[in-house]
Design a protein. Structure first.
Length: 176
């Protein structure tokens, strides 16, 4: 029962970074689900990680509970784009992250706004590259550690925002 109340982290893609991220996040107080289209990519996942083999991973986004985190790092840019678009359009995700370069993010933005009927406000919810770009080390374990910290920060902020009895203004004072 305790696991059902934990935030859900959906990792789309079980490649090198997906495996490393699943291992890192599995140690944290979250429920981890790795979603893949390739059976062999799910081999070797930690026992505490749930796996889902599906030909349509974007459908898992629709089934997810509110406040979930979605991390997208499949083997296919087009599939990444479909999953990310689905996650951004939910509007209730704590975190939507996509692995990739600034070029990939710009390509996704153009597609999302034109072909996927997305908005700039929705696009603003995308974290890409995951783990930030301050550390240039591209080893899967390093990306996983940075992304895990980023995800936990986003989950905590989302939970705090939901628990607040009324909106709290932070930052600049509003002119009135």
């Amino acid at each position: 029962a305790e696991q059902a109340q934990q935030p859900h982290v959906y990792i789309f893609g079980g490649g090198h970074v997906g495996q490393a991220l699943a291992s890192a996040v599995a140690l944290l107080p979250v429920r981890v689900v790795v979603v893949e289209t390739r059976a062999e990519a799910l081999e070797g996942m930690p026992d505490t990680v749930e796996t889902s083999l599906t030909p349509m991973p974007e459908a898992m986004v629709r089934k997810a509970s509110a406040g979930a985190a979605f991390v997208v790092l499949t083997h296919d840019h087009a599939l990444d784009f479909l999953i990310v678009a689905e996650a951004l359009k939910r509007r209730d995700a704590a975190y939507v992250g996509m692995i990739g370069s600034k070029t990939k993010k710009a390509t996704f933005r153009n597609w999302f706004l034109k072909a996927a009927d997305g908005s700039e406000a929705q696009f603003a919810g995308l974290v890409s590259p995951i783990g930030g770009d301050a550390v240039k080390d591209k080893r899967p374990q390093v990306i996983a550690a940075l992304a895990a910290a980023e995800i936990m920060t986003a989950l905590a902020a989302h939970a705090g925002a939901r628990a607040a009895p009324h909106p709290v203004s932070r930052g600049k004072a509003m002119a009135g």
